[in-house]
Design a protein around this ligand. Sequence first.
Ligand code: PMP
Length: 317
Amino acid sequence: MAKLQQPKFVYIGGKLRSWEEAVLHVGCEAATRGLSVFEGLRGYWQPDGNFSIVMLRQHYDRLCRSARILHIPFAMDFEEYKAVIDELIAALIQPGIAMWSRTTLFVTEGHWGEDTVADLVVTAYNIGDETPAPINLGVSTWRRSPDVSLPARVKSGTNYQVGRLARIEGRAQGCQDMVLLNDAGRVAEGTGSCLVMVRNGIIYTPPASEGALESITVDIVEALAGSVGIDFVRRPIDRTELLIADEIALCGTLADITIAKTIERHPLEQPAPILSRIASAYLKACKGIEPHPFVELVPLPSCVQRQAERKKAGAKS
Ligand code: PMP
Protein backbone atom coordinates (compact mmCIF):
# COMPACT_ATOMS: atom_id res chain seq x y z
CA MET A 1 0.00 0.00 0.00
CA ALA A 2 1.39 3.40 -0.99
CA LYS A 3 2.19 5.64 1.97
CA LEU A 4 0.53 9.05 1.99
CA GLN A 5 2.98 11.60 0.63
CA GLN A 6 4.05 14.32 3.03
CA PRO A 7 4.61 17.35 0.83
CA LYS A 8 6.78 20.18 2.10
CA PHE A 9 3.99 22.75 2.38
CA VAL A 10 0.32 22.94 3.30
CA TYR A 11 -1.89 26.01 3.05
CA ILE A 12 -3.53 26.45 6.47
CA GLY A 13 -4.55 29.42 8.61
CA GLY A 14 -4.16 31.79 5.67
CA LYS A 15 -0.61 30.92 4.64
CA LEU A 16 1.83 28.20 3.61
CA ARG A 17 3.24 26.23 6.52
CA SER A 18 5.33 23.10 6.77
CA TRP A 19 3.64 19.68 6.75
CA GLU A 20 4.49 19.28 10.48
CA GLU A 21 2.94 22.65 11.37
CA ALA A 22 -0.34 21.88 9.58
CA VAL A 23 -2.41 20.77 12.59
CA LEU A 24 -5.91 21.30 13.96
CA HIS A 25 -6.89 21.57 17.61
CA VAL A 26 -8.41 18.48 19.25
CA GLY A 27 -11.30 20.60 20.56
CA CYS A 28 -12.58 21.83 17.19
CA GLU A 29 -15.71 20.41 15.55
CA ALA A 30 -13.60 19.19 12.62
CA ALA A 31 -11.96 16.80 15.10
CA THR A 32 -14.83 16.04 17.48
CA ARG A 33 -17.61 15.63 14.91
CA GLY A 34 -15.67 15.14 11.70
CA LEU A 35 -17.09 18.41 10.42
CA SER A 36 -15.50 19.31 7.12
CA VAL A 37 -16.40 19.65 3.46
CA PHE A 38 -13.90 19.33 0.66
CA GLU A 39 -13.09 19.09 -3.02
CA GLY A 40 -10.45 16.97 -4.74
CA LEU A 41 -8.91 18.64 -7.79
CA ARG A 42 -6.72 17.39 -10.62
CA GLY A 43 -4.12 19.45 -12.42
CA TYR A 44 -2.07 18.58 -15.50
CA TRP A 45 0.77 20.18 -17.41
CA GLN A 46 -0.72 21.16 -20.75
CA PRO A 47 0.81 21.07 -24.23
CA ASP A 48 0.78 24.92 -24.23
CA GLY A 49 3.11 24.96 -21.18
CA ASN A 50 0.40 25.89 -18.67
CA PHE A 51 -0.41 23.90 -15.57
CA SER A 52 -4.20 23.78 -15.41
CA ILE A 53 -6.83 22.54 -13.00
CA VAL A 54 -9.71 20.64 -14.54
CA MET A 55 -13.16 22.20 -13.90
CA LEU A 56 -11.93 24.40 -11.05
CA ARG A 57 -15.01 26.64 -11.12
CA GLN A 58 -17.33 23.63 -10.88
CA HIS A 59 -15.38 22.30 -7.87
CA TYR A 60 -15.53 25.71 -6.20
CA ASP A 61 -19.28 25.88 -6.78
CA ARG A 62 -19.80 22.43 -5.26
CA LEU A 63 -17.67 23.34 -2.24
CA CYS A 64 -19.93 26.37 -1.72
CA ARG A 65 -23.02 24.15 -2.00
CA SER A 66 -21.67 21.61 0.51
CA ALA A 67 -20.76 24.42 2.94
CA ARG A 68 -24.18 26.01 2.54
CA ILE A 69 -26.08 22.81 3.33
CA LEU A 70 -24.02 22.25 6.50
CA HIS A 71 -24.15 25.93 7.57
CA ILE A 72 -20.39 26.29 7.29
CA PRO A 73 -19.48 29.90 6.44
CA PHE A 74 -17.23 30.27 3.39
CA ALA A 75 -16.71 33.83 2.24
CA MET A 76 -13.86 33.34 -0.24
CA ASP A 77 -14.74 34.19 -3.83
CA PHE A 78 -13.59 32.11 -6.78
CA GLU A 79 -10.54 34.25 -7.55
CA GLU A 80 -9.32 34.06 -3.94
CA TYR A 81 -9.85 30.30 -3.89
CA LYS A 82 -7.91 29.94 -7.12
CA ALA A 83 -5.08 32.16 -5.80
CA VAL A 84 -4.66 29.97 -2.70
CA ILE A 85 -4.45 26.80 -4.79
CA ASP A 86 -2.05 28.51 -7.18
CA GLU A 87 0.21 29.58 -4.31
CA LEU A 88 0.43 26.09 -2.81
CA ILE A 89 0.78 24.18 -6.06
CA ALA A 90 3.45 26.58 -7.34
CA ALA A 91 5.46 25.82 -4.18
CA LEU A 92 5.24 22.06 -4.76
CA ILE A 93 5.03 21.62 -8.51
CA GLN A 94 7.57 19.56 -10.41
CA PRO A 95 8.15 19.56 -14.16
CA GLY A 96 5.93 17.15 -16.04
CA ILE A 97 4.20 15.76 -12.94
CA ALA A 98 0.43 15.93 -12.48
CA MET A 99 -1.06 16.87 -9.12
CA TRP A 100 -4.08 16.09 -7.01
CA SER A 101 -5.13 18.75 -4.55
CA ARG A 102 -7.52 18.56 -1.63
CA THR A 103 -9.20 21.79 -0.60
CA THR A 104 -10.96 21.29 2.72
CA LEU A 105 -13.05 23.59 4.88
CA PHE A 106 -12.37 22.36 8.40
CA VAL A 107 -14.62 23.74 11.13
CA THR A 108 -12.14 25.17 13.60
CA GLU A 109 -14.46 27.11 15.94
CA GLY A 110 -18.10 26.97 17.03
CA HIS A 111 -20.40 24.62 18.84
CA TRP A 112 -23.60 22.90 17.61
CA GLY A 113 -23.81 25.28 14.68
CA GLU A 114 -23.34 28.47 16.68
CA ASP A 115 -20.46 30.83 15.91
CA THR A 116 -19.11 28.45 13.29
CA VAL A 117 -15.74 29.37 11.80
CA ALA A 118 -14.03 27.34 9.09
CA ASP A 119 -10.50 27.39 7.71
CA LEU A 120 -9.71 26.53 4.10
CA VAL A 121 -6.84 24.05 4.18
CA VAL A 122 -5.19 23.02 0.92
CA THR A 123 -2.89 20.06 0.39
CA ALA A 124 -1.45 18.86 -2.90
CA TYR A 125 0.23 15.63 -3.93
CA ASN A 126 2.03 14.26 -6.96
CA ILE A 127 -0.08 11.82 -8.93
CA GLY A 128 0.31 9.59 -11.98
CA ASP A 129 -1.48 10.59 -15.17
CA GLU A 130 -1.85 7.25 -16.93
CA THR A 131 -5.12 5.42 -17.68
CA PRO A 132 -6.17 3.49 -14.57
CA ALA A 133 -6.03 -0.31 -14.77
CA PRO A 134 -9.38 -2.17 -14.82
CA ILE A 135 -10.60 -3.32 -11.41
CA ASN A 136 -12.66 -5.99 -9.72
CA LEU A 137 -15.82 -4.37 -8.41
CA GLY A 138 -18.06 -5.75 -5.70
CA VAL A 139 -21.33 -4.68 -4.13
CA SER A 140 -21.08 -3.72 -0.49
CA THR A 141 -23.40 -4.69 2.33
CA TRP A 142 -22.88 -1.14 3.60
CA ARG A 143 -25.31 1.43 2.26
CA ARG A 144 -25.11 5.06 1.19
CA SER A 145 -27.08 7.04 3.77
CA PRO A 146 -30.32 8.72 2.70
CA ASP A 147 -30.65 12.42 1.93
CA VAL A 148 -32.30 13.05 5.30
CA SER A 149 -29.37 11.76 7.36
CA LEU A 150 -25.91 12.17 5.79
CA PRO A 151 -26.75 13.62 2.36
CA ALA A 152 -24.60 12.19 -0.42
CA ARG A 153 -24.91 15.54 -2.17
CA VAL A 154 -22.68 17.05 0.53
CA LYS A 155 -19.02 16.24 0.01
CA SER A 156 -18.23 15.98 3.69
CA GLY A 157 -15.44 14.05 5.38
CA THR A 158 -17.90 12.00 7.44
CA ASN A 159 -19.60 10.66 4.30
CA TYR A 160 -16.46 8.63 3.59
CA GLN A 161 -16.76 6.48 6.70
CA VAL A 162 -19.19 4.14 4.95
CA GLY A 163 -16.92 4.05 1.90
CA ARG A 164 -14.03 3.09 4.14
CA LEU A 165 -16.03 0.20 5.59
CA ALA A 166 -17.01 -0.90 2.09
CA ARG A 167 -13.38 -0.89 0.95
CA ILE A 168 -12.35 -2.97 3.97
CA GLU A 169 -15.10 -5.42 3.03
CA GLY A 170 -14.05 -5.37 -0.61
CA ARG A 171 -10.38 -5.99 0.11
CA ALA A 172 -11.27 -9.31 1.71
CA GLN A 173 -13.03 -10.27 -1.55
CA GLY A 174 -10.21 -9.16 -3.85
CA CYS A 175 -12.16 -6.10 -4.99
CA GLN A 176 -10.38 -2.77 -5.46
CA ASP A 177 -13.62 -0.82 -5.07
CA MET A 178 -17.21 -1.44 -4.06
CA VAL A 179 -20.63 -0.22 -5.17
CA LEU A 180 -22.74 1.33 -2.42
CA LEU A 181 -26.46 0.74 -2.72
CA ASN A 182 -28.97 3.22 -1.39
CA ASP A 183 -31.66 2.66 1.21
CA ALA A 184 -33.98 1.16 -1.41
CA GLY A 185 -31.32 -1.34 -2.52
CA ARG A 186 -30.64 0.38 -5.85
CA VAL A 187 -27.24 1.56 -7.07
CA ALA A 188 -26.02 4.80 -5.50
CA GLU A 189 -22.31 5.18 -6.33
CA GLY A 190 -18.78 3.94 -5.60
CA THR A 191 -16.84 4.70 -2.42
CA GLY A 192 -15.17 7.78 -3.93
CA SER A 193 -16.72 7.94 -7.38
CA CYS A 194 -19.95 7.64 -9.32
CA LEU A 195 -20.99 4.67 -11.42
CA VAL A 196 -21.84 4.47 -15.10
CA MET A 197 -23.11 1.35 -16.85
CA VAL A 198 -23.66 0.47 -20.52
CA ARG A 199 -26.55 -1.63 -21.76
CA ASN A 200 -27.28 -2.03 -25.45
CA GLY A 201 -25.10 0.89 -26.45
CA ILE A 202 -26.59 3.41 -23.99
CA ILE A 203 -24.74 4.82 -20.97
CA TYR A 204 -26.75 4.96 -17.75
CA THR A 205 -25.99 6.51 -14.38
CA PRO A 206 -28.15 6.92 -11.27
CA PRO A 207 -29.27 10.51 -10.64
CA ALA A 208 -27.99 12.28 -7.52
CA SER A 209 -31.36 11.66 -5.85
CA GLU A 210 -30.44 7.94 -5.73
CA GLY A 211 -27.65 8.77 -3.26
CA ALA A 212 -24.80 9.89 -5.50
CA LEU A 213 -22.64 12.96 -5.32
CA GLU A 214 -23.40 15.53 -8.05
CA SER A 215 -20.37 14.42 -10.03
CA ILE A 216 -18.39 16.72 -12.27
CA THR A 217 -16.80 13.75 -14.05
CA VAL A 218 -20.21 12.27 -14.85
CA ASP A 219 -21.22 15.60 -16.39
CA ILE A 220 -18.07 15.39 -18.54
CA VAL A 221 -18.89 11.81 -19.54
CA GLU A 222 -22.34 13.00 -20.60
CA ALA A 223 -20.82 15.77 -22.73
CA LEU A 224 -18.21 13.46 -24.30
CA ALA A 225 -20.85 10.84 -25.06
CA GLY A 226 -23.05 13.50 -26.66
CA SER A 227 -20.19 14.57 -28.92
CA VAL A 228 -19.82 11.08 -30.36
CA GLY A 229 -23.55 10.33 -30.60
CA ILE A 230 -23.80 7.92 -27.65
CA ASP A 231 -27.02 8.25 -25.63
CA PHE A 232 -26.60 9.08 -21.96
CA VAL A 233 -29.47 8.55 -19.52
CA ARG A 234 -29.80 9.35 -15.81
CA ARG A 235 -32.21 6.89 -14.21
CA PRO A 236 -32.34 4.50 -11.24
CA ILE A 237 -30.28 1.32 -11.63
CA ASP A 238 -31.29 -1.95 -9.96
CA ARG A 239 -28.61 -4.12 -8.43
CA THR A 240 -29.38 -6.97 -10.84
CA GLU A 241 -28.80 -4.65 -13.80
CA LEU A 242 -25.16 -4.47 -12.79
CA LEU A 243 -24.91 -8.22 -13.23
CA ILE A 244 -26.23 -8.08 -16.79
CA ALA A 245 -24.56 -4.82 -17.81
CA ASP A 246 -22.31 -4.83 -20.89
CA GLU A 247 -19.82 -2.41 -19.34
CA ILE A 248 -19.36 -0.70 -15.98
CA ALA A 249 -16.99 2.06 -14.86
CA LEU A 250 -16.43 4.28 -11.86
CA CYS A 251 -16.04 8.00 -12.55
CA GLY A 252 -14.49 10.67 -10.43
CA THR A 253 -11.80 13.31 -10.32
CA LEU A 254 -9.42 10.92 -8.55
CA ALA A 255 -10.77 7.68 -10.04
CA ASP A 256 -10.74 9.13 -13.61
CA ILE A 257 -12.81 6.63 -15.55
CA THR A 258 -11.88 3.27 -14.10
CA ILE A 259 -13.31 0.33 -16.00
CA ALA A 260 -14.58 -2.70 -14.06
CA LYS A 261 -13.27 -6.03 -15.35
CA THR A 262 -15.56 -8.01 -13.06
CA ILE A 263 -18.72 -7.23 -11.12
CA GLU A 264 -19.28 -9.53 -8.16
CA ARG A 265 -16.94 -12.01 -9.88
CA HIS A 266 -18.89 -11.96 -13.20
CA PRO A 267 -16.45 -11.07 -15.99
CA LEU A 268 -17.18 -8.01 -18.13
CA GLU A 269 -16.01 -7.62 -21.73
CA GLN A 270 -12.46 -6.23 -21.93
CA PRO A 271 -11.56 -3.75 -23.23
CA ALA A 272 -14.99 -2.18 -22.60
CA PRO A 273 -15.77 -0.85 -26.10
CA ILE A 274 -17.78 2.28 -25.24
CA LEU A 275 -16.40 3.24 -21.85
CA SER A 276 -12.75 2.76 -22.92
CA ARG A 277 -13.40 5.18 -25.76
CA ILE A 278 -14.94 7.70 -23.37
CA ALA A 279 -12.11 7.18 -20.85
CA SER A 280 -9.50 7.91 -23.48
CA ALA A 281 -11.35 11.06 -24.67
CA TYR A 282 -11.69 12.14 -21.02
CA LEU A 283 -7.97 11.95 -20.27
CA LYS A 284 -7.04 13.64 -23.56
CA ALA A 285 -9.45 16.49 -22.79
CA CYS A 286 -8.11 16.93 -19.22
CA LYS A 287 -4.52 16.94 -20.45
CA GLY A 288 -5.34 19.40 -23.23
CA ILE A 289 -4.24 16.89 -25.89
CA GLU A 290 -7.68 16.89 -27.49
CA PRO A 291 -9.54 19.74 -25.78
CA HIS A 292 -13.30 19.50 -25.45
CA PRO A 293 -15.46 22.63 -25.10
CA PHE A 294 -17.19 21.27 -21.98
CA VAL A 295 -13.94 20.44 -20.17
CA GLU A 296 -12.73 23.71 -18.67
CA LEU A 297 -9.02 23.91 -17.91
CA VAL A 298 -8.05 26.75 -15.57
CA PRO A 299 -4.35 27.71 -15.76
CA LEU A 300 -2.50 28.49 -12.53
CA PRO A 301 -0.24 31.46 -13.35
CA SER A 302 2.37 31.03 -10.58
CA CYS A 303 3.15 27.45 -11.60
CA VAL A 304 4.33 28.52 -15.02
CA GLN A 305 6.28 31.42 -13.52
CA ARG A 306 7.94 29.13 -10.98
CA GLN A 307 8.91 26.73 -13.71
CA ALA A 308 10.48 29.55 -15.75
CA GLU A 309 12.41 30.79 -12.68
CA ARG A 310 13.73 27.30 -11.99
CA LYS A 311 14.85 26.94 -15.58
CA LYS A 312 16.63 30.30 -15.40
CA ALA A 313 18.34 29.40 -12.14
CA GLY A 314 19.34 26.03 -13.61
CA ALA A 315 20.83 27.69 -16.69
CA LYS A 316 22.93 30.02 -14.50
CA SER A 317 24.36 27.35 -12.20
N1 PMP B 1 -18.92 10.19 -5.25
C1 PMP B 1 -18.03 10.29 -4.26
C2 PMP B 1 -18.37 9.71 -2.92
C3 PMP B 1 -16.81 10.93 -4.50
O1 PMP B 1 -15.90 11.03 -3.52
C4 PMP B 1 -16.52 11.44 -5.78
C5 PMP B 1 -15.19 12.11 -6.04
N2 PMP B 1 -15.25 13.49 -5.80
C6 PMP B 1 -17.49 11.30 -6.77
C7 PMP B 1 -18.67 10.67 -6.47
C8 PMP B 1 -17.25 11.84 -8.15
O2 PMP B 1 -17.28 13.24 -8.14
P1 PMP B 1 -16.42 14.07 -9.17
O3 PMP B 1 -16.62 13.47 -10.49
O4 PMP B 1 -17.00 15.44 -9.12
O5 PMP B 1 -15.02 14.03 -8.72
